[in-house]
Design a protein around this ligand. Structure first.
Ligand SMILES: [Zn+2]
Length: 66
């Protein structure tokens, strides 16, 4: 049994899945399960959002990849 990817909706094997949690001030604000392709896209978008040029929010956010 495999659960679907939160990005594309296709089922993804547990061995390939990436469970990502976004934490701000030690509270989990987002948790998603991705296939490798969507994980790469998600990380790219996140890093763009967190780049210095657009970093007007708190910098206390952490990505945890299980
Ligand atoms: Zn996907």
């Amino acid at each position: 049994m495999s659960d679907p990817c939160d990005g594309c909706g296709q089922s993804v094997e547990d061995a390939l899945a990436r469970d990502v949690r976004l934490q701000v001030d030690r509270s989990t604000v987002d948790s998603q399960r991705f296939c490798p392709t969507c994980f790469a896209e998600w990380i790219t978008k996140y890093q763009e959002q967190m780049s210095p040029s657009s970093n007007h929010e708190s910098s206390d956010a952490d990505i945890i990849v299980d």
